[in-house]
Design a protein around this ligand. Structure first.
Ligand code: C2E
Ligand code: CA
Ligand code: CA
Ligand code: CA
Length: 279
């Protein structure tokens, strides 16, 4: 028993050391990436279901460091949130999305809106809102071409702080979307406090459609919540025509997912964009 105990202990410390080292390397990689601008934005299209018209693009950050194993945002965003560098990444993401949006407009291309993701820590009045204003001004992107996605749980976590922050940005025309909707247990009354223009149904509720009856009911409830609040509803993670047809039947306005496209670099996203209508 003693030997097994010691063995377990050694295994445990080795695992801990490995985890600490992994974190250290990722930490170092992220620091370098921020300094040397090794992040890249990919874009995923959102379509209106009724006529399959492009209504927007979601910017999703990627880390492509040559010679190093790829790591996705689900793994590195939490590290940046922990070490306080998420605001540095957020600043870059905001500037880059605004710059790219303006460049497309200047080429006469219509992307609808560009959405960027904000971490809950960024939802602080006096920091991110100033940064967003500055990025809009520097790029010349009209404010109503920019949308901010904040998760439902992040919104609840920030409470009143989020309310002031969001009203401030909404007043200059920036649109607000609630991400991962359905996972944060917010009520209709709660949502009414925020100037929200879009609800994004979490892909966990979409995955098993049309077969899963309870998921279908939940999705239907979320769609009627959107209706009651006058907010448009997008389904995330749509991968099949059957899911899309069913969402359409349930009254869902728009959709995003691998069925249409995976997130792609700007150079490829360009091919999806129709020409701007003549003013
Ligand atoms: P999210 O905002 O919920 O983004 C949607 C994620 O689902 C993306 O993963 C996207 O590639 C993936 N996805 C889209 N359609 C489908 C589909 O049909 N099937 C499946 N299985 N997946 C689909 P990604 O790009 O790995 O991003 C993961 C998360 O990382 C994002 O979740 C978001 O929370 C965070 N993130 C990404 N970029 C940023 C950023 O610039 N800033 C911040 N703060 N967070 C970001
Ligand atoms: Ca999102
Ligand atoms: Ca989401
Ligand atoms: Ca399910």
């Amino acid at each position: 028993a003693k030997r097994a105990g010691r063995g377990t202990y050694r295994y445990y410390t080795e695992a801990l050391t490995a985890a600490a080292q992994n974190k250290l390397t990722l930490d170092t990689r992220l620091r370098r990436a921020l300094e040397q601008r090794e992040f890249e934005l990919y874009y995923q299209p959102l379509y209106r279901i009724a006529d399959r018209r492009l209504i927007g693009l979601e910017a999703l950050v990627r880390l492509n460091q040559p010679g190093l194993p790829p790591v996705g945002p689900a793994d590195f965003i939490p590290v940046l949130e922990e070490n306080g560098q998420i605001t540095a990444l957020g600043a870059w993401v905001t500037q880059e999305a605004c710059r790219q949006g303006r460049a497309w407009l200047d080429e006469g291309l219509d992307f609808g809106r560009i959405a960027i993701n904000l971490s809950p820590q960024e939802v602080r009045r006096g920091q991110t809102d100033e940064r967003v204003r500055a990025a809009l001004q520097a790029s010349g992107l009209p404010a109503d071409r920019l949308e901010l996605e904040i998760t439902e749980s992040g919104l609840m976590e920030q409470g009143e702080r989020a309310e002031a922050f969001l009203h401030n940005l909404r007043s200059i025309g920036v649109q607000l979307a609630i991400d991962d909707f359905g996972t944060g247990y917010s009520s209709l009354a709660y949502l009414k406090r925020f100037p929200v223009s879009k609800l994004k149904i979490d892909r966990g509720f979409v995955r098993d459609l049309p077969g899963d009856v309870s998921d279908a009911q939940l999705v239907q409830t979320m769609i009627s919540m959107g209706r009651n609040l006058g907010i448009s509803v997008v389904a995330e993670g749509v991968e099949t025509e059957a899911q899309l047809d069913y969402l359409h039947e349930l009254g869902c306005e728009s959709a995003q997912g691998y069925l249409f496209s995976k997130p792609r670099p700007a150079s490829e996203a360009r091919a999806w964009l129709p020409r701007l209508a003549e003013a």
